[in-house]
Design a protein around this ligand. Structure first.
Ligand code: FES
Length: 178
């Protein structure tokens, strides 16, 4: 039996100064590695949770057609590129809005996404209501909630007419988070 093996009949000996120093060093290395591991795991999670608080998407004006294409009093669907399309987004970089011409130079643009969980709402001209197919949300023609689970009116985009073109300012739309 060598001197390092455990022999129950032998009394415990005190660790040498050199052994204590080595243990202390290895303990510090282990703590450091554990800290690095914890940081690798937790930092992306913290970043994911808090990033939306600091992200400020710039508003971008998108042309959706000539003003003359829209009749006063009518509500039509328009499709446009979102505020910050990613190069690989393809079709998903497109979004839509319900655009209503209210006078010669005035338009209202409603977000197409329901304020409940984001399903695309449909305009029903005969009922003059926006209907959500997902959970039965209903909005009046001014976008305010008429029935169902939506917690808030349909969001609106700023609209302007420039050089005879109708432009919508795109930005991320707030929807309720379940
Ligand atoms: S997503 Fe429209 S009512 Fe739920």
């Amino acid at each position: 039996m060598n001197e390092n093996s455990l022999d129950p009949s032998q009394p415990c000996r005190e660790p040498t100064r050199e052994e204590l120093t080595r243990r202390l060093f290895l303990g510090k290395i282990s703590l450091g590695l554990a800290g690095v591991g914890a940081a690798i795991v937790t930092l992306p999670v913290i970043g994911f949770i808090f990033a939306p608080l600091f992200r400020r998407e710039p508003g971008v004006w998108r042309t959706v057609g000539a003003a003359g294409d829209f009749k006063i009093g009518e509500t039509s669907a328009v499709v446009f590129l979102d505020a910050s399309p990613l190069p690989w987004a393809g079709m998903t970089a497109k979004t839509a809005a319900w655009l209503r011409r209210t006078s010669d130079q005035e338009f209202i643009a409603f977000a197409i996404n329901c304020s409940h969980l984001g399903c695309p709402v449909r305009w029903q001209p005969s009922a003059r209501l926006f209907m959500c197919p997902c959970h039965g949300g209903v909005y009046y023609e001014d976008g305010s909630v008429a029935a169902g689970p939506p917690p808030s009116p349909l969001a609106r985009y700023p609209v302007r007419v420039q050089g005879g073109k109708v432009q919508i300012q795109t930005r991320p739309i707030e929807i309720q988070r379940a």
